[in-house]
Design a binder for this molecule. Structure first.
Ligand code: HEC
Ligand code: HEC
Length: 220
């Protein structure tokens, strides 16, 4: 029951935000001020080894940050800094993140958002592609899987105003790990993670492989 009402809240949020978007397309949501990308570019030196100098990582296991919306990035950086989201590799930069002010985290997020995501190429496996396409676009009512397009959009760009992350072109290894981490509830930072936890409960390993392959190939 809890997860159903959570869904409902989210769908209402998405639809009201979509409405706001069409009436005033370039204004930011209430209380959210954009960071300073050029200041951000001076703060990300220690991130390049894994995320690339522009935010396009080269390893399948490390997430791309380029083109990701800054509201989402800003929230995740706070979760890492405050120890709510944990990862062995990100541990290395926690002491550094702790020396930064919130505005500086937002500036880093704005820098990554201002860069373009590099494209990915989905594996051309007919069965995997057809499962990925249908789950992403339509979900599977019988299995309790909602369409991912409702929140991440048809082309995978997410929802900027709501801070729903872009998944387009994201690394396959990372997408797979993070969907499994939602499923095991290991990824549990912030209220929004509960939405993905409840969705991931109903995904099999094969569904996750198919969705990761499909999302990797999406672009604007
Ligand atoms: C040693 C490698 C490494 C370094 C250095 C590193 N990261 Fe990461 N980062 C990762 C990995 C791996 C993940 C995925 C974590 C997970 O699976 O939860 C990640 C995740 C993230 C995320 C969340 C992405 C998402 O889509 O949710 C952000 C934001 C981020 N890193 C920002 C930074 C910033 C800013 C720095 C520099 C201060 C940095 N990282 C340095 C490896 C690294
Ligand atoms: C009701 C809205 C909603 C729906 C439907 C939804 N998502 Fe999400 N998704 C979110 C939100 C919100 C987050 C950020 C959660 C957080 O902060 O941990 C997210 C995060 C993610 C992430 C992590 C992105 C990153 O960079 O770490 C992936 C991957 C993802 N969703 C895939 C999917 C897939 C696949 C589906 C369809 C089976 C789906 N989502 C359906 C709202 C949704």
């Amino acid at each position: 029951m809890k997860s159903i009402s959570l869904f409902f809240t989210f769908f209402c949020l998405v639809f009201s935000l979509n409405a706001a978007e069409s009436s005033s397309s370039d204004s930011m949501p209430h209380g959210f001020i954009s960071g300073d990308a050029s200041n951000g570019s001076t703060l990300v030196e220690s991130c390049a080894a894994c995320h690339g100098s522009d935010g396009n990582s080269i390893s399948s296991d490390w997430p791309k940050l380029a083109g990701q919306n800054q509201r989402y990035l800003y929230e995740q950086l706070q979760y890492f800094r405050d120890g709510e989201r944990n990862n062995a590799l990100m541990m290395a930069v926690i002491p550094y993140l702790n020396t930064l002010k919130d505005e500086e985290l937002l500036d880093m997020a704005a820098f990554y958002e201002s860069n373009e995501t590099s494209r990915g190429q989905a594996k051309n496996d007919e069965e995997l592609l057809s499962l990925g396409t249908s789950l992403y676009r339509f979900g599977n009512m019988k299995e309790g899987i909602p369409a991912c397009t409702a929140c991440h959009s048809v082309d995978g760009q997410g929802n900027y105003l709501a801070g729903f992350p872009s998944v387009a072109g994201q690394q396959v290894g990372y997408l797979t790990t993070t969907l499994k981490a939602y499923r095991s509830k290991e990824r549990n930072a912030g209220e929004q993670s509960l939405v993905m936890q409840s969705i991931a409960q109903n995904l099999t390993d094969n569904d996750i492989d198919a969705l990761a392959n499909y999302m990797h190939g999406l672009y604007k």
